[in-house]
Write a protein that binds this ligand. Structure first.
Ligand code: NAD
Ligand code: UDX
Length: 468
C-alpha cells in the first residue's frame, strides 16, 4: 500500500486546524502542513493566540508546531509536496441562485479541487473532509481526472469529520468512529487503506469504518440530521411540558433510561445552533427534493422549522412575562456562543434572541466569556451593513455576568457556560430591578434556590404555566 509521509490540508478552520494538528501530534513520522488563503488566520495559527478557542488545542499545536506541523499561505508548494491532501474548506448554505437557502455552496470545494489539479506534479490522494452533498466526490473526480495523465493519478476519498466544537480535541483523540469512503476498485481500496493507516497510529482499527464513497458522504448528513432531530423532538416535548406541568428533564431522563433510546443529546434548550446542524439538514432537504422525494424533504425540514419555533416561543414567553412590553427594559443576555467551551457564534440561538429583543426596543447587555465584542456586533448587524452606531444605542457588552445584570429587569441564559451555575445570585439579585426575572434557556440553574432569593424563574420545559 501507499505510505503517507506528507499531508497537506486546504482550510485552516474549526475542522482543518484541530484535525490535522491531532494527526501531527499522533504521527511524528508524517509532516502536516495546513494552508489557508486567509493570511490573518494563518498568522494567528503561527502566534501565541490561536484563531479558535478549543480546550486542549493550544498544548497540541505548541508541542508540534515547527516540528512536523506547519501553517502557511503557500498553497501551491504544500500541494506539490503532499502525498495526501485534505479538502477542509467551508461549505456554507447558498445565499443566492439555484437552491438558495438550502443547497451547499460548493464554490470553495471546487476551487480547492481545481488548484490541486493545476499544480500537482505527482499522484495524490485527495480527501473530502468538508461536509458535502452526496455524490460531490464524483464532480471532484471529474475535475481531477481531466487533469491527470500516465504519470499522475488522483484517488479520491470521503472522510467526513464528526468532531463537536468545545470537545474537538477529546473527540479527535478518542473518536467513536472514523469513516473512510472510497471507490471499491483496487486503486480506491489502496488509497482507503493508506488513510486507514494514518488513523491507525492512535485509533483502534475496529473504530475505523470503510465504506463506499456515497455511503460515507451520506452518513455525515444523516448523522447530523439524526442528532438535530433528537433535539427538535425533545424541544417539541418541552412545549407540552410547559402546558401540562410535566418536567422535561424528568421526561428526558425517563426516556433516556431505555437503552434503545439512550441518555445523550436529550437536553431541551432554546434551540440548537452551530455551523453544521441547520446547514446540513437543509442540504439533505435539497438533496431529497432534487431526487424527487418531497415527503422525505418535508420530514427533515420540520426539524429546522421546530428549532425556529422554539426560539420564537421562548422570546414570546419572555415578552409576555415581562408584562407584554420590553421597550427600554434592560435584558442581560448571558452567553452568546452557540454552546459552551467555544467562541464560535455561527447560528447561535443568542443571535436570533438578541435581534428580537432589539426589535422590541429593549436594551440588551451581553456577556460571553469567549466571544469578542467585534464578533457580537458583527453578528447583530444586518448583513453587509455597518450599523454599529445605531446598534450601540441598544446593545452593550459587559465584562462579567455581574456587570451585565446590574440594573437589569431580566436575565436570559442562552449558553450553558459552567460559570453561570456558580454565580453569586444573591449579589446579582440585589442590584437588579424588581421583580427580577430569570429565563433559563439551558436548564442549568437551580430554580428553587433562586426562588428563595426572590427571583421569578422561568425554565424551558418546566412549570411556566404556574408561574405566569
Ligand atoms: P471554516 O470556515 O472555519 O474554515 C474553512 C477555511 O477554509 C477558511 O479559513 C477559508 O479561508 C479556507 N478556504 C476556503 N477556500 C480555500 C481554498 N481554496 N484554499 C485554502 N483554504 C481555503 O469552516 P469549518 O468549520 O472548519 O468547516 C469546514 C468544513 O467542515 C465544512 O464543510 C463543515 O460543514 C465541515 N464540518 C464542520 C464542523 C464544525 O464543527 N465546525 C464539524 C464537522 C464538519
Ligand atoms: C455537531 C455534531 O455533534 C458533530 O458530530 C458534527 O461534526 C458537527 O455538528 P457541534 O455543532 O459542534 O457538533 O456541537 P453539538 O454538541 O452537536 O451541539 C449543537 C447544538 O445543539 C448546540 O447549540 C447545542 O447547545 C445544542 N444541543 C446539543 C442541545 O440543545 N441539546 C442537546 O442535548 C445537545
Amino acid at each position: 500500500t501507499t505510505q503517507v509521509k506528507k499531508i497537506c490540508c486546504l482550510g485552516a478552520g474549526y475542522v482543518g486546524g484541530p484535525t490535522c494538528a491531532v494527526i501531527a501530534y499522533k504521527c511524528h513520522d508524517i509532516d502536516v502542513t495546513i494552508v489557508d488563503l486567509n493570511e490573518a488566520r494563518i498568522d494567528a495559527w503561527n502566534s501565541d493566540l490561536l484563531p479558535i478557542y478549543e480546550p486542549g488545542l493550544d498544548k497540541i499545536v505548541f508541542e508540534r508546531r515547527g516540528k512536523n506541523l506547519f501553517f502557511t499561505t503557500q498553497v501551491e508548494q504544500a500541494v506539490i509536496e503532499a502525498d495526501l491532501i485534505f479538502v477542509s474548506v467551508n461549505t456554507p448554505t447558498k445565499k443566492s441562485g439555484l437552491g438558495a437557502g438550502f443547497a451547499a455552496d460548493l464554490a470553495y470545494v471546487e476551487s480547492a479541487t481545481r488548484k490541486i489539479a493545476n499544480v500537482a506534479k505527482s499522484s495524490k490522494i485527495v480527501v473530502e473532509k468538508s461536509t458535502v452533498p452526496c455524490r460531490t466526490a464524483e464532480s471532484m473526480r471529474t475535475i481531477l481526472e481531466a487533469n491527470s495523465n500516465e504519470n499522475i493519478r488522483f484517488d479520491i476519498l470521503s472522510n467526513p469529520e464528526f468532531l463537536a466544537e468545545g470537545t474537538a480535541i477529546t473527540d479527535l483523540l478518542s473518536p467513536d468512529r472514523v469513516l473512510i469512503g472510497g471507490l471499491q476498485t483496487p486503486d480506491g481500496i489502496r488509497a482507503q487503506q493508506a488513510l486507514v493507516e494514518v488513523y491507525a497510529h492512535w485509533v483502534p482499527t475496529d473504530r475505523i469504518i470503510t465504506t463506499n464513497l456515497w455511503s460515507s458522504e451520506l452518513s455525515k448528513l444523516a448523522a447530523n440530521a439524526l442528532l438535530a432531530q433528537r433535539i427538535s423532538s425533545i424541544n417539541a416535548l418541552s412545549a407540552i411540558c410547559e402546558a401540562t406541568g410535566a418536567d422535561i428533564d424528568e421526561v428526558a431522563y425517563a426516556c433516556g433510561r431505555d437503552t434503545r433510546i439512550g441518555p445523550k443529546f436529550l437536553k431541551a434548550s432554546v434551540g440548537f445552533g452551530g455551523s453544521c446542524f441547520q446547514k446540513d439538514i437543509l442540504n439533505l432537504v435539497y438533496l431529497s427534493e432534487q431526487l424527487n422525494l418531497p415527503e422525505v424533504a418535508a420530514y427533515w425540514k420540520q426539524v429546522v422549522d421546530l428549532n425556529d419555533y422554539q426560539k420564537k416561543r421562548f422570546v414570546s414567553h419572555i415578552i409576555k412575562t415581562l408584562f407584554n412590553t420590553i421597550t427600554n427594559k434592560k435584558i442581560a443576555v448571558l452567553g452568546f456562543a452557540f454552546k459552551k467551551d467555544t467562541g464560535d457564534t455561527r447560528e447561535s440561538a443568542a443571535i436570533t434572541l438578541c435581534k428580537d429583543f432589539i426589535q422590541e426596543n429593549a436594551k440588551v447587555r451581553i456577556y460571553d466569556p469567549k466571544v469578542s465584542t467585534e464578533q457580537i456586533f458583527f453578528d447583530l448587524s444586518a448583513p453587509g451593513v455597518d450599523d454599529h452606531e445605531s446598534l450601540n444605542k441598544r446593545v452593550t457588552i459587559a465584562k462579567s455576568a455581574y456587570e451585565a445584570s446590574e440594573d437589569a429587569d431580566a436575565i436570559v441564559i442562552t449558553t450553558e457556560w459552567d460559570e453561570f451555575k456558580e454565580l453569586d445570585y444573591t449579589k446579582i439579585y440585589e442590584k437588579m430591578h424588581k421583580p427580577a426575572f430569570i429565563f433559563d434557556g439551558r436548564l442549568i440553574l437551580d430554580a428553587e434556590k433562586l426562588r428563595n432569593i426572590g427571583f421569578r424563574v422561568h425554565t424551558i420545559g418546566k412549570d411556566f404555566i404556574n408561574r405566569c
